[in-house]
Design a protein. Sequence first.
Length: 166
Amino acid sequence: MRYLEDHQLISDRQYGFRRGRSAGDLLVYLTHRWAEAVESKAFDRVWHKALLSKLPSYGLPEKLCNWITSFLADRSSKVVVDGACSDYKPINAGVLQGCVLSPSLFLLHINYMLQTGSIHCYADDSTGGALYTGRANISRENVAEYRNKLVSEVESLLNNVSDWGD
């Protein structure tokens, strides 16, 4: 291991069986990455029309739904580069960074995706899974059957997420 470590032959992304590294170190790293993702892009992807169409299904009062509609309406943005300014362009997606309401709106926006299978999220970082348990002394036919079932489960999960996105 010392030789492998000294010559950087083991990927820096491997945390198991490494001196001075633990599962906790990986969790700290991933939590940091997830926090960066939330701050940078997740809120920018909330499509207003889709979000607003979902709000009544949560049983929110009509006045609140109307207020949120008004809150998101008539937003625009411009770009300034080296003092040159673009025209204002309308925005049909995104909730305000730093606004106390934005995390809740984001969670409502992606909530239906979590009902499409074995998906779990931390903020906007999603993980989907399918289970394969290896077995000793099984035939090649059974191995192929288990593998095909696993591939089918993963494809179904990805299709469900894709359908949700559409």
